[in-house]
Design a protein around this ligand. Structure first.
Ligand SMILES: Nc1ncnc2c1ncn2[C@@H]1O[C@H](COP(=O)(O)OP(=O)(O)OP(=O)(O)O)[C@@H](O)[C@H]1O
Length: 256
């Protein structure tokens, strides 16, 4: 394996000098960062730091105004969002997108059926069995097996978020992007979600956006800190915790 190939193997996603402007407003400026395969990387920063904007660039929802995005060594800058999904990148947003009237299990099956073209159309029975089995595996993985027959609208907020992640996993992504996965959750729901993220990260790369620094220190391999659209700091949780600039930004903020 060449040095370049080894780098591609180790770095799943990279941005080079990405920026994003909305009219004259610079929401994100010149962010260069690398995301290691198999790691949990958290993007943190105070309100308005540019986290969601960066997230949207990483998952292909926005094209950057400047710079480039590389996934597994390929330049994917400006490709339509569905191409990102087909390449192996899945995302789950702050806003829940489950179908409230359907059961938990039906929701997961809907997620899987969206991929139906990958299956052999001449073997419908085998395809159906495979879908059902895969849906049940995903339900168990995200901790919703017991709630499988409940209408999604009756699930607690934390369970709805877990369901949404289950749906995102239907495409068997190599990279899972989560935007504030614990937003609006109780402390107990938050712990459950953090445990789920750690479990999911054993099999795939996870990047998450969060504004609660304390929350991600314990589970992240690497942390990027954004502030006013710039990359303020990056490093291990230990390095970020001790970083003077980061301390200043978070000083006086209510810690979560
Ligand atoms: N579509 C848009 N049009 C104009 N300005 C925008 C748009 N989206 C974001 N912004 C601005 O860009 C800046 C960064 O926003 P962004 O949502 O990325 O921050 P954030 O770190 O995710 O904040 P929060 O923690 O509050 O979600 C903010 O000042 C925001 O007002």
């Amino acid at each position: 394996m060449s040095a370049a190939e080894r780098q591609t193997e180790e770095i799943i996603l990279r941005t080079r000098g990405v920026g994003k402007t909305f009219g004259k407003f610079v929401a994100l400026n010149n962010i260069s960062a690398e995301f290691s395969r198999g790691a949990i990387t958290s993007i943190i920063g105070p309100n308005g730091a540019g986290k969601s904007t960066y997230f949207n660039l990483l998952c292909g929802a926005f094209a950057p105004t400047k710079g480039s995005v590389e996934f597994e060594g390929k330049d994917v800058t400006g490709l339509p969002q569905h191409r990102f999904a087909h390449m192996g990148i899945a995302k789950s947003f702050q806003i829940t997108s489950v179908f409230p009237q359907l059961t938990t299990r039906e929701n997961i099956r809907v997620g899987l059926q969206a991929l139906v073209s990958r299956y052999d159309i001449w073997r419908p029975r085998a395809r159906l069995t495979e879908l059902v089995e895969r849906a049940d595996e995903l339900l168990a993985l995200v901790g919703l097996w017991e709630s499988r027959e409940r209408a999604a609208k009756t699930l607690a907020h934390g369970e709805q978020r877990a369901l949404e992640i289950g749906m995102a996993l239907a495409s068997q992504p190599r990279l899972l992007l989560l935007d504030e996965p614990t937003a609006g959750m109780s402390p107990e729901e938050t712990r459950t979600m953090m445990d789920l993220i750690v479990k999911l990260a054993k099999e795939r790369t996870v990047i998450l956006v969060e504004h609660k620094m304390k929350l991600v220190l314990g589970i992240s391999d690497r942390i990027l800190v954004l502030h006013h659209g710039e990359l303020l700091a990056e490093g291990t949780p230990q390095e970020v915790r001790q970083n003077e600039a980061v301390k200043r930004v978070y000083l006086g903020q209510r810690e979560h």
